[in-house]
Design a protein around this ligand. Structure first.
Ligand SMILES: [Zn+2]
Length: 313
């Protein structure tokens, strides 16, 4: 790996071609073109990276995560060393549906170089964005991981796909095993969130990331601070004032911000609303630091449920 990093992008392209020659279309080769013995998988985001790492640990394979903890998946872009690592993976697990805006070119390049890229959001029954938030009609929402049942499906899909490209069936079995754990997590989250009464299940979030969450766990969205489905746009002062009015009218007690995004706009909205509002950061685009309660996917989802209950119940 170290030499790849030194050689840079031009060489990375050459190495990608070599990797392609060495391991493409050979499903019988259980080493999968990786010299450490197990299949080698690179996931893009930290939630996907956490689940993929759990499957890899069970299957005794290799998994790495491209984005560091705290990165916003919408605007993260990879270094040339990371792009070189993509070229040597047996499989890249990407979220897809436009989430990784800053990785588009790198992922397209990897695919053109013959690397298998799984766009997992496309395979978990994606939902369209809510119509009122200014999306183009028909745009599909990439934020599926905030529904643990869909992440359970994703675990099975990831395991099965690695088994397919590497020939190592352990990955498929482990994907099923991790999937069952996440199905149990989904049930646990439902029980935790049941503490929020029916007339208080309205949320306001930093951007339009909670479509799957609200559908899965029976909440409503009263609005989002950043329009357009990504974290990249900026609301006008009129839009902020209108949302502050909705929050006041509906008596919403909290605005949920995002640990992976600068809270400046959410704080501006809170200031507009006045004293009766708290700002609660949730783990939206990223897990928490390793070893912290939100340090893996299950932990981030449990922490979010706990924080939502504390803020609304
Ligand atoms: Zn997002």
């Amino acid at each position: 790996m170290r030499t790849h990093q030194i050689l840079g992008t031009l060489a990375a392209t050459t190495l990608a071609s070599l990797a392609l020659t060495a391991c493409s279309t050979d499903d019988e080769d259980s080493t999968g073109g990786d010299n450490t013995g197990g299949a080698s998988v690179v996931a893009t985001t930290t939630p996907l990276g956490s689940v993929t790492a759990q499957i890899a640990e069970c299957a005794e394979g290799q998994a790495t995560t491209l984005m560091p903890v705290g990165a916003d998946p919408h605007d993260f872009s990879a270094s040339s060393a990371q792009i070189a690592d993509l070229a040597t993976a047996d499989l890249v697990v990407a979220n897809g549906l436009g989430l990784e805006g800053g990785l588009d070119a790198a992922l397209t390049q990897a695919e053109e170089d013959g690397v298998e890229v799984l766009h997992v959001a496309e395979d978990v029954d994606p939902l369209p964005f809510g119509e009122e938030e200014g999306h183009d009609h028909g745009d599909l929402d990439p934020h599926f991981w905030l529904d643990a049942a869909r992440m359970a499906s994703a675990a099975e899909i990831i395991g099965a796909r690695v088994a397919e490209v590497s020939g190592d069936q352990a990955w498929a079995d482990c994907g099923t095993e991790v999937g069952s754990e996440l199905t149990a997590l989904d049930e646990e989250l439902r029980e935790t969130l049941a503490a929020v009464p029916g007339d208080r299940r309205t949320i306001v979030t930093d951007h339009d990331a909670f479509g799957y969450f609200t559908e899965a766990y029976d909440f409503d969205s009263a609005g989002v601070v950043v329009p357009g489905g990504s974290t990249e746009a900026e609301p006008s002062s009129q839009e902020l004032a209108a949302l502050a009015g909705v929050i006041t009218d509906e008596g919403v007690p909290a605005i949920f911000s995002n640990t992976a995004v600068n809270p400046g706009l959410v704080d501006a909205l809170a200031a507009e609303v006045g004293d009766d509002i708290t700002v609660v950061p949730l783990y939206v685009g990223s897990t928490g630091e390793e070893g912290s309660p939100a340090g893996d996917y299950q932990g981030m989802m449990r922490e979010n449920a706990r924080l939502i209950v504390d803020a609304l119940a």
